[in-house]
Design a protein around this ligand. Structure first.
Ligand code: ADP
Ligand code: ZN
Length: 733
């Protein structure tokens, strides 16, 4: 029998099986492998398989009986000793892939992005003195033994250093039997949560809200609850109670935050409440910690994970609750790679895994509010600020009436308010959502504007770095002294403000202030997280920041918020521009007065009569959002209709345009669907690639994915052309 061919052997062995393995590659289907006898493989097993000349790690998607065939099939080469990926998680990958029209392998890649978890666990060997004394003891070995018998097991290098000998002496002594090997744990353990470790005495409203959440957890069914409460109302304290309930039921809990809100003070709050340090998941984790968390989640030992959006893809075996904090945040949408929205995918995960999802925000997205209107989501409200009934008093500064010197942006009422705040020993925040020094640099002689050579975008001056930067491709160059167009010297002038320029103005006005600048450019010197901590602890008293400061931070000493240009985001063609501006302004204003003293917000605007500004003053969210809803409904924009964008790009303008037109012409006719475009994208070139956009608008009951699949099935971009499909786009540039 030994020489029979493999297919005959399979045919004769009724127990032999085939595994269909999903690989983390841009493939639409699984690959089949035979399972060598003796290897235990089930759906969800992590395996290593040969692929061409390579070896690839994948996950068994299905196991089926082998059928006699002449097809040569290669063997699975290795099975990893790990908890198999749960059926829920596999379904999640498949459904997410189908929703965004991505190959499932691309989604799997996001799960497997922790190579260290699949490497042979590096043994951490330590040594302690053994009971037997070797016969031949040199002076050096004697010293090692003395150290080793003093206490804890030590690594060879530590032992050698303590004894003042070389590592080889330690190794030789171990070999001679004088030392005993002890395996140290690979990673720090995860402390199990203590559900009664801490927490505040909840107010009456908070208790009622927590009780409603706990009730939903108790049903162990899928349900989405919007926790809708003004900034500072104690939403965090309330959803902690829901987390406690899910943990009590033996489940794992995921708390999603926008990346930037994952700060040390926030983690400390979770730690206080649950008596254990939660596992964290974000882009700055070191490889070893990534491995620890990944394994801890897979083994069910990491019970609480506080993470950025990609934490959804950790290999959860028993997830029982996802809380999406700041659910309105656009940072939950990933633009590069698989363009998924983490809030929506959290809801999908809950639907597959049959567990509840809590969406928390002071400024919920229109999507979520309309889902409440439709009774698809439940809502739990918190109306009051904890211990303080009022939200910060908001005042508008009509900039059409203010006389400002050129090159300055702070009106006199705002300057006075900042001066008073600083004099009172409090913190003030100036908010301007623009990085850098100036958004535009032009030549006073000829009017030439400095542009990125590879993008359709102005170069932004960053004065601290002494560079002009492109915010789309990262291109940078020194600020020229002479105009590259007409050669005039010393005539290049910055136009408009960025936060660095605002900081310059503020420092002239308040030379004594301890200024912190908060933007995503903070990478040199103090890191962003450190600066945030400094703000929280009062090391700075004048904070100048971009939208980063609006994201869920708790700055107890901050009493004044000045919005420098409230109109900025309203000018875009984005259908969500109004909603976003509303959320941003309400969130920024909501940073004021979270501590002992009340806060106020001053808003500089050139559009004082805009419905948004009026509603903001009155704190009348419903008035504003109802108008927004009306507009969206009338134009069948989300959440009343569906959108998908198709972005075509290529290095050759004419070819890209022709490609875009050909795709548009091939669009099938379908009821309830309109295809708009193609049109050059608002940013018509990025990184030297020309960009064209198509927008697909569908009514809510239309299967937009089915339509796209049908239409684009046979489109194969040739050469350097690329097609990017963005279902539910949040970016229209
Ligand atoms: P939100 O998440 O709604 O903005 P937080 O949960 O961050 O609000 O609460 C704001 C502040 O009020 C926090 O410092 C929090 O510790 C405090 N707080 C909330 N509820 C209570 C309570 N019941 N007792 C004491 N302090 C509370
Ligand atoms: Zn560029």
């Amino acid at each position: 029998m030994q020489s029979t061919s493999k297919s005959i052997r399979d045919a004769m062995n009724p127990d032999s099986v085939i595994a269909d393995v999903l690989l983390p590659l841009a493939l639409n289907s699984t690959y089949s492998y035979s399972v060598p006898l003796g290897l235990a493989v089930v759906a969800g097993t992590y395996v290593e398989v040969p692929l061409g000349p390579r070896s690839v790690i994948g996950v068994v998607w299905e196991v089926r009986p082998a059928v006699p065939t002449n097809m040569k099939m290669r063997d699975i080469s290795r099975v990893f000793d790990m908890v198999p990926m749960s059926e829920t998680h596999r379904k999640f990958i498949d459904w997410l892939a189908a929703y965004y029209l991505e190959p499932p392998g691309n989604v799997l890649r996001m799960v497997l992005r922790v190579p260290a978890a699949f490497e042979e666990a590096k043994q951490n060997i330590a040594y302690s003195a053994s009971a037997t004394k070797p016969a031949k003891l040199t002076a050096q070995r004697q010293r090692v033994l003395e150290v080793a018998s003093q206490g804890f097991a030590m690594r060879a290098s530590e032992l050698a250093e303590a004894a003042g000998v070389g590592v080889s002496v330690v190794k030789a002594l171990a070999k001679a039997g004088g030392l005993e090997e002890v395996a140290l744990p690979l990673h720090r353990n995860f402390t199990p949560p203590d559900l009664n470790a801490g927490g505040h005495q909840l107010s009456k409203d908070q208790s009622a809200a927590a009780a409603s959440l706990r009730q939903v957890i108790a049903t162990r069914n899928h349900k989405v609850i919007l926790l809708d409460g003004v900034t500072g109302s104690g939403k965090t304290e309330v959803y902690f109670e829901a987390m406690a309930a899910a943990l009590a039921a033996g489940k794992q809990v995921l708390l999603l935050l926008p990346e930037i809100a994952l700060t040390a003070p926030f983690i400390a709050r979770v730690e206080t409440r649950f008596g254990c340090e939660p596992a964290q998941w974000h882009s700055e984790l070191r490889p070893r910690e990534r491995e620890r968390v990944w394994r801890g989640v897979a083994e069910g030992k990491a019970r609480i994970v506080v993470g950025a959006r990609s934490a959804l893809f950790l290999p959860w075996p028993k997830l029982g609750l996802i809380v999406v904090d700041e659910e309105h945040e656009s940072a939950y949408k990933q633009d590069e790679g698989v363009p998924y929205h983490a809030r929506d995918m959290a809801v999908l995960y809950g639907a597959i895994g049959k567990f509840p999802i809590i969406l928390s925000s002071a400024t919920p997205s229109l999507e979520s509010l309309v889902n409440v209107d439709r009774e698809l989501y439940a809502v739990v409200k918190l109306k009051d600020r904890h211990g303080r009934p009022e939200l910060p008093e908001t005042t508008r500064i009509d900039m059409t009436r203010e006389k400002l010197d050129s090159g300055t942006w702070l009106s006199s009422p705002l300057v006075t308010a900042v001066a008073e705040t600083l004099a009172a020993g409090d913190q003030a925040l100036l908010f301007l959502n623009r990085r850098g020094f100036a958004p535009l640099t032009l030549c006073r002689s000829c009017g030439h504007r400095l542009h990125c050579p590879d993008c359709d975008a102005a170069l932004v001056e960053h004065r601290f770095r002494r560079q002009l930067m492109c915010h789309h491709c990262g291109h940078h160059e020194p600020v020229p002294n002479a105009c590259p167009e007409c050669g005039a010297e010393g005539d290049m002038v910055p136009v408009g403000p960025g936060i660095e320029r605002l900081a310059e103005e503020a420092l002239k006005l308040f030379p004594e202030a301890r200024v912190a600048i908060l933007s995503s450019d903070l990478s040199r010197g103090l890191s962003l997280r450190e600066t945030l901590r400094g703000v929280e602890q009062g090391e700075f008293n004048l904070i100048i920041g971009t939208q980063l400061v609006a994201k869920g931070h708790h700055f107890p000493q901050l009493t004044l918020v000045g919005v420098v240009d409230a109109d900025l985001a309203l000018e875009s063609s984005d259908p969500r521009a109004g909603e976003r501006t509303w959320a941003l302004l309400a969130q920024v204003a909501g940073r004021a007065g979270r501590g002992a003293k009340p806060g106020k917000a001053l808003v500089q605007t050139y559009l004082p009569e805009h419905p948004l500004m009026k509603a903001l003053l009155k704190g009348d969210r419903d008035a504003y959002l109802n108008t927004e809803k009306q507009i969206r409904e009338n134009t069948t924009l989300p959440p009343y209709g569906r959108l998908a964008a198709i972005i075509l790009s290529g290095p050759d303008g004419a070819l890209t345009e022709r490609f875009a037109r050909a795709i548009a012409n091939a669009a099938p006719l379908a009821e309830g669907i309109t295809v708009l475009g193609p049109a050059p994208a608002p940013i018509a070139m990025v990184r030297g690639r020309h960009r064209w956009r198509l927008l697909v608008k569908a009514s809510r009951d239309v299967n937009i994915q089915g339509f796209l699949r049908e239409w684009l099935r046979n489109v194969k971009p040739k050469g350097a052309l690329k097609m990017h499909i963005d279902v539910d786009p949040y970016n229209f540039l």
